[in-house]
Design a protein around this ligand. Structure first.
Ligand code: PEP
Ligand code: MG
Length: 317
């Protein structure tokens, strides 16, 4: 099955009825970018830029960041690259960023809150991303948005830096939907965001109030919980109101039992672990939108993640 999937890795990802789904990959390093292309990824739906910022004594310069993003963009050979703005916080401290210890790091200064609290870090990163050539290959994605104000603040920085560099076209800025607040206001956010991408790891943690790193609740933390699925549905519907696409870049996009449900809810881009892209594409090729929609509707009515999983197993059997 894997050999067959790999042989078809170069073909565009389509459902059995011809519907296009984008099969993207999550990246954390340059090596991941090469692996993604070898596995037939059509782009990257999430570049985690934290690798550039952690374990150093000073923030990376604009030139250092540009070089790293450029190398990854080059490895993707023209494919779209969605670069996520720095997503560090109390649990992932950087020595040069003075941050007070927090009792609840998951609810503290993290994601875009850090960038807004340290405007130079945000501006330098935006400048580095916008300096990558060719202009337009990179899109910017904002992590941990909880309200529209934060997106507006980032948009202002992006517009200012773009004007400064001499970029005339509007730079696409998308939002990660990782908080229940963002999911339930997706229609408001999508009025000003260019795309939405659900971070199911954090969205699950915040929806179920279960720490994603706590082994004691690990068995309960499942993104196929109907509460999370309803928030994903709300996100897709909110995006559609404004003609914006919704993707998934959290772990659920790498879960074969979840993929038909996500597509049925309206997700049109799946960004998974690079090595899994061939399997995801092969799976998508077996699905029809009609069947996925009916399946997703049934999943939304389940009482628990376990029930959704048994339904999903029946669907794929
Ligand atoms: C997520 O939260 O689902 C996500 C993709 O971001 P990260 O796992 O890097 O927090
Ligand atoms: Mg996250």
């Amino acid at each position: 099955r894997r050999t067959e999937a790999l042989a078809r890795a170069g073909e565009p990802c389509r459902m059995a009825d011809g519907t296009r789904i984008e099969a993207f990959a999550n990246l954390g390093t340059l090596g991941d970018a090469h692996l993604a292309v070898e596995n037939g990824a059509e782009g990257s739906g999430l570049l985690r830029t934290e690798f550039l910022f952690l374990e150093r004594d000073a923030a990376p310069t604009v030139a250092e960041q540009t070089a790293d993003y450029q190398a990854i963009a080059d490895a993707l050979d023209g494919r779209p690259l969605i670069v996520r703005l720095l997503d560090i916080g109390g649990d992932k401290p950087a020595p040069y960023l003075p941050m007070a210890p927090e009792e609840n790091p998951a609810l503290g200064l993290r994601g875009i809150r850090v960038g807004l609290a340290h405007p130079q870090i945000l501006e330098d990163q935006v400048r580095a991303i916008l300096s990558v050539k060719p202009a337009g290959q990179c899109r910017i994605m904002v992590p941990m948005i909880a309200s529209l104000d934060e997106l507006r603040a980032v948009r202002a920085v992006v517009d200012r830096v773009a004007a400064d560099i001499g970029i005339g076209d509007r730079v696409p800025v998308g939002v990660m939907i990782e908080t229940p607040a963002a999911a339930v206001t997706a229609d408001l956010i999508a009025a000003e965001a260019d795309f939405l991408s659900v971070g199911t790891n954090d969205l699950t943690q915040y929806t179920l109030a279960m720490d994603r790193g706590n082994a004691a609740v690990a068995s309960g933390i499942d993104g196929l919980h109907p509460a999370v699925l309803r928030l994903i549905a709300q996100t897709c519907n909110g995006g559609a109101v404004h003609g914006r696409w919704t993707g998934v870049c959290g772990g659920l996009a790498s879960d074969p039992l979840a993929v038909p449900i996500l597509i049925g809810l309206g997700v049109s881009e799946l960004s998974s672990a690079p090595a899994l892209v061939p399997e995801i594409k092969a799976l998508v090729a077996t699905l029809t939108m009609e069947a996925c929609r009916a399946h997703a509707t049934a999943a939304l009515r389940c009482g628990s993640a376990a029930d959704v999983r048994s339904l999903a197993r029946e669907f794929t059997a």
